[in-house]
Design a binder for this molecule. Structure first.
Ligand SMILES: [Zn+2]
Length: 545
């Protein structure tokens, strides 16, 4: 049976016909977009008028997020900026250590089981000036229960005395670079990096299983997706143990699961050969709504955490250079093998030294294995300069930039981390487009909120939280931004033949909008209201979730 939807306006991203009023859907796929007279030629149909006053776009594609965004809502949000939860409730920001403590204390009072930990997430002390959160602050929440607060970056965990005690760290003589000590010789309660967190994290709810995705988290993530117009989203770095894969296959196959998930396997202690073999085995398990078989490598850390690798002259405030997460030999070996087997690899680089290393490794790998159209993608790649974009183009690479940073940390990048000039060039979307490097943009949810229209707004306006325009010349137009959050992201995932535009033969995936993003004005793009989505021809209304 064919359904023809009438809409106020349909933005197709199909260069052959960028706008339409009607779209015909059969068996979850698009028969065509155009005028009703044109589409009626396909034979018998049912005319559906429910979107007559709505604007349709291709279903939005989030090219760098983590399913963990769904799981963390089981805990208390204590971030600095307001944020919408999967039920659509907007939580105000917690703008001081006092406010963080108060919110956690409130949550503690609601817990029935006296042994249950109090867990928060989204903390970002960079907004609190010189003040650091200590175990004494969190002891004010509770001295009986373990209390843990994960930072917005997910690289640092703050805990109270009880949690340190449970993890065996409330003692003198702890010697670990990720465990700072106070004047009393005891840990301050700040745990930096996965290694330092490990003994304590399970006592405050952050265990391995949760990090590999849980069924409830998958469902909550999908709700957020419907509320933000997303029909395909990545889970960009998972260890994908077999039990998690089985669970994800089961949950995403439910007939009303509204999202296509693309989950990438992360390099972590495997040999390059074993890693690529596992990717091939995962690819064979792929299902319609769970795409497997691509790889993720992390080259360095984060810029605001001063763990990204920067080229000369390094950090603006003189902080020492960051950390390498993957040795170049491993990177080169994975690239070479993956090119040979046709496995897609995405690589996280934040600092420009890390980007340069990846480009060098890629050049070596392509020399050994010349392959065209590999779509290997640099993720974040925030500090790349014009010369590096030219190399990406020459090597056939794609890039997925992180414009949300301008809003959340742009003021800090300007003043502290990389300084004015490099802060202005960060996430150089205009240079990427001008150089012809296939471009996507992302949220890295839960690091920043899942919402491609907000990400598009960031790329178009480049406003910081204080209102400064950071990098006027790297702003892109609304139409380009809308293309990057649909077709652009699809290209980096090798899914552009299936999704990313509204045209004959593709999946019937639509973002259904109350407002027209081309009419709203560039400064209002983030406020365009989302009614819901259509995914594979199935209709999901956000208000009915
Ligand atoms: Zn990420």
């Amino acid at each position: 049976m064919t359904t023809i939807y009438r809409a106020k306006r349909i933005l197709t991203m199909n260069p052959g016909g960028p706008e339409a009023t009607h779209v015909a859907v059969r068996e979850g796929r698009i028969l065509g977009a155009g005028r009703l007279e044109e589409l009626s030629g396909w034979g018998e149909y049912r005319l559906d008028e429910r979107f007559a006053d709505k604007v349709l776009m291709p279903g939005l594609v989030e090219g760098h997020s983590h399913l963990f965004e769904g799981s963390v809502w089981a805990y208390v949000y204590v971030g600095y900026h307001e944020r919408m939860d999967p039920d659509g409730r907007v939580w105000p920001g917690a703008t001081s250590i006092e406010a963080v403590v108060a919110r956690l204390r409130e949550a503690a009072q609601l817990l029935a089981d006296p042994a249950q930990p109090v867990v928060g997430w989204g903390l970002d002390p960079i907004y609190f000036g010189a003040a650091r959160v200590s175990r004494a602050d969190l002891d004010r929440v509770s001295t009986e229960r373990p209390v843990g607060v994960m930072h917005a970056s997910f690289h640092i965990l703050n805990v109270n005395s009880k949690a340190l005690e449970r993890g065996g760290l409330l003692r003198k003589g702890v010697e670990h670079p990720g465990v700072p000590l106070g004047n009393d010789g005891l840990p301050t309660g700040e745990l930096k990096g996965p290694d330092a967190m490990m003994p304590v994290a399970p006592h405050v709810g952050f265990d391995r299983e949760l990090l590999a995705a849980d069924p409830r988290g998958l469902e909550l993530f999908a709700r957020l997706a419907v509320r933000t117009g997303v029909t395909t989203a990545t889970d960009l770095a998972s260890l994908l143990p077999q039990n998690a894969v089985d669970m994800m296959l089961r949950v995403t196959a439910q007939p009303d699961y509204p999202l296509r998930v693309v989950s990438l396997l992360r390099l972590m202690n495997q040999t390059p050969q074993a890693l690529v073999e596992r990717a091939l085995a995962l690819r064979a398990l792929s299902a319609d709504r769970l795409r497997l078989g691509a790889l993720k490598i992390v080259a360095d850390g984060s810029i605001q955490g001063f763990s990204a690798r920067l080229r000369w002259p390094g950090y603006y405030n003189g902080a020492p250079n960051g950390l390498w997460y993957t040795p170049p030999e491993a990177m080169r070996a994975v690239y070479t093998r993956a090119l040979q087997e046709g496995v897609l690899v995405h690589t996280h680089t934040n600092g420009d030294e890390a980007t340069e290393l990846v480009l060098d490794c890629m050049q070596d790998a392509l020399q050994a294995r010349p392959v065209r159209d590999h779509r290997f993608t640099l993720q974040h790649c925030q500090l790349a300069d014009a010369a590096q974009f030219r190399r990406m183009k020459a090597l056939g690479m794609c890039v997925n930039l992180f414009p949300n940073h301008h809003f959340y940390w742009g003021d800090q990048h300007y003043a502290m981390t990389v300084g004015p000039e490099r802060a202005e060039r960060m996430n150089a979307c205009a240079t990427a487009l001008a150089t012809g490097v296939p471009l996507a943009i992302h949220s890295d949810a839960p690091v920043t909120p899942l919402s491609p229209l907000f990400t598009a707004w960031c790329a178009v306006n480049r406003r910081t939280a204080s209102g400064r325009v950071l990098g006027e010349h790297e702003r892109i137009g609304v139409e380009d931004a809308l293309r990057t959050i649909t077709l652009g992201a699809a290209v980096t995932l090798r899914l552009d033949h299936e999704i990313g535009s509204i045209e004959c033969g593709k999946r019937a995936d639509f973002a259904v909008l109350e407002d027209d993003p081309l009419e709203a004005g560039p400064e209002n793009l983030k406020d365009v209201r989302v009614w819901g989505t259509v995914q594979d021809g199935r209709v999901f209304e956000a208000a009915a979730l």
